[in-house]
Design a protein around this ligand. Structure first.
Ligand code: NCD
Length: 314
């Protein structure tokens, strides 16, 4: 059986849920879709995707909905918990079980870590985690890996700097877990002391395929060694008090001057939304790929939806 056929009916809750070979098949399909999206316009005809967003989102929700519509399917859902029965006290398990009676696929974003796993256990249709609290965000990681593969031509032996809020940033946790599965990834974990990566993420690196890491507070001291610089926003909504957020929010601001020592072929990524951590002047630097990354997110979600629905052609 082909790698994509193998994905039919599966959940995507964490990056490790798909093997490297399955990911490769997905990125091959996503590249084909990016080259001729029109050829896939009937792939999900007659199918319905439910997007349940209990937390704010722009890119993730709209890229899922756009992906489904571009595949010829349809999308339903809500974008704030207040407009769902969660406001009446319904459990996520009951909500998801009900939605599975209407839709072929459910996408969930929820502020609580592990909520998607609880939802998946109650669901009869595949569940995709679109972010569970400060834990994981595996479809952002598919977006990131597709972008790295397109820009750098490979996913192994890369030196990846992750900078900013490494404690609460779920895109960071997922990207580290995923890249650790590729050969010889070297991580530079750049953060203030208070926002260092949690120990379970360090364990993912240690369990990886020859991955190494260094932790540092200095972006300037690491930037010239990197193939990829992944900037992140300080996650205000996960702080216990506003004073700590204010103190830490501008720890790193990447600008044209700080980009100077970086390699000519380093790429700058960001899951977006950005706040202050990348100055707008960096946008015109050819090494800045974060808006391309956002576009890739739609194509890779088209590939993912096709595969989970069992409609993907290798
Ligand atoms: C990220 C998220 O929600 O974790 N956004 C996204 O999905 N692209 C990053 C963030 O909010 O900082």
């Amino acid at each position: 059986m082909g790698e994509l056929e193998n994905l039919k009916g599966r959940n995507l809750l964490e990056p490790g849920d798909f093997t490297v070979a399955e990911q490769k098949a997905l990125f091959d399909l996503a590249d084909k879709i990016a080259d001729s999206p029109g050829a896939y316009q009937d792939t999900a005809k007659g199918r319905l995707l439910a997007a349940l967003f209990f937390e704010p989102s722009t890119r993730t929700r709209l890229s899922f909905e756009s992906a489904m519509l571009r595949l010829g399917g349809q999308a339903i859902g809500f974008s704030e918990a207040q407009s769902s029965s969660a406001a009446k006290g319904e459990s996520i398990a009951d909500t998801v079980r009900t939605v599975g009676c209407y839709a072929d696929l459910t996408v969930i974003r929820h502020p609580k870590e592990g909520s998607c796993r609880v939802a998946a256990q109650a669901s009869d249709v595949p569940v995709i985690n679109a972010g569970d609290g400060g834990h994981h965000h595996p479809t952002q990681t598919l977006t990131d890996l597709m972008t790295i593969r397109r820009e750098k031509g490979r996913l192994d032996r890369l030196r990846v700097g992750l900078c900013g809020d490494l404690k609460f940033g779920r895109t960071v946790h997922s990207l580290i877990k995923a890249m650790s599965a590729y050969d010889g990834t070297g991580f530079y974990l750049i953060s203030p002391e208070e926002l260092r990566v949690p120990s379970y993420v360090i364990r993912d690196i240690e369990a990886g395929n020859g991955s190494t890491y260094v932790e540092t507070r200095s972006l300037g001291g690491a930037i010239d060694r990197l193939d990829i610089l992944y900037m992140t926003r300080v996650q205000r909504e996960r702080f216990f008090n506003e004073e700590d957020y204010i103190r830490l929010k501008d720890s790193y601001i990447l600008d044209a001057m700080k980009m100077r020592p970086a390699r000519a072929d380093m790429i700058v990524m960001h899951p977006l939304p950005r706040v202050n951590e990348i100055a707008a002047e960096v946008d015109k630097d050819p090494r800045a790929v974060y808006f391309k990354q956002a576009k890739n997110g739609m194509y890779v979600r088209m590939a993912l939806i096709s595969a989970l629905l069992g409609e993907a052609q290798e």
